[in-house]
Design a protein around this ligand. Sequence first.
Ligand code: AMP
Length: 299
Amino acid sequence: MSVLIVGSTALDSIKTPRRACAKLLGGSASHASVAASFFAPVKMVGIVGSDFPTRYIALYRRHGIDLAGLQRVEGRTFHWSGEYEVNMNNRRTLTTELGVFEQFRPALPPTHQTTPYVLLANIAPALQHHVLDQMRRRRFVVADTMDLWLRIARADLLRLLRRVDALVLNDSEARDLAGTDNLFTAAARIRRMGPRYVVIKKGEHGAVLSCPDSLFVCPAYPLARVTDPTGAGDSFAGGLVGYLASVKGPVERHLRRAMVYGSAVASFCCEGFGLSRTDRITRADIDARVAELERLARF
Ligand code: AMP
């Protein structure tokens, strides 16, 4: 089954202690769509400006991503820049230039409105609502978010939680949203706000899945060297939803394995700047890391 992914489509300028790279292909929808494309057909919804390089369109196409929902308009593409400290868990946003994003009102083509699996990747909650308003017969909806929306659009986000099946967020966002330092308490509280499933990402320490009757602790793939973690969270969510769309039967039965797949794709994302590493992998590479994670976690 196919996956609809809405989010940011951006040019990212990234600085790490070792290197700086300008105007890489980035954005939550780009990372998530490429990650999901290893498992299922992807329809991406986003907006880019007239400065968006054709080689990035070619990259989307190489991964079979349906671009009927990608608007191309006059103006500048969303540009985000960030800088990492030596400890790459710490990142500072330097600039966020919205450009054409300011006028973004996603209008779904009729072919997109009945897509069974939906990933509302990180983007303003009002836009995530706008996409859901246009969907019919959806089977499973996952939303991602970020600290910015908790600060400036909390009411919209709280309303969104009542409309989604699963929420993916990182540990500090979960603590903020739930008003507690304990992650397991936070996950349970967030589930009471609406989503049946809550996934809390903990970077290099993996992720936790909280279900109504169970808990799953998913390892992160142990990388010896991280080049650029930008987009790892988006890749995780994309891999997770893509995997769910590729298997049969009740979603709950597959969620744990879907998280491990998300974790494996995210690990590749961290090994190169932007999408450079993820662009070059195959499903077999991902399967090999999943098998390794399975061996590592067995006891
Ligand atoms: P992550 O590393 O998973 O937090 O995701 C990083 C990606 O998020 C980058 O590729 C950025 O282009 C994108 N991004 C940064 N700020 C925003 C924002 N305010 N809205 C949507 N996407 C953003």
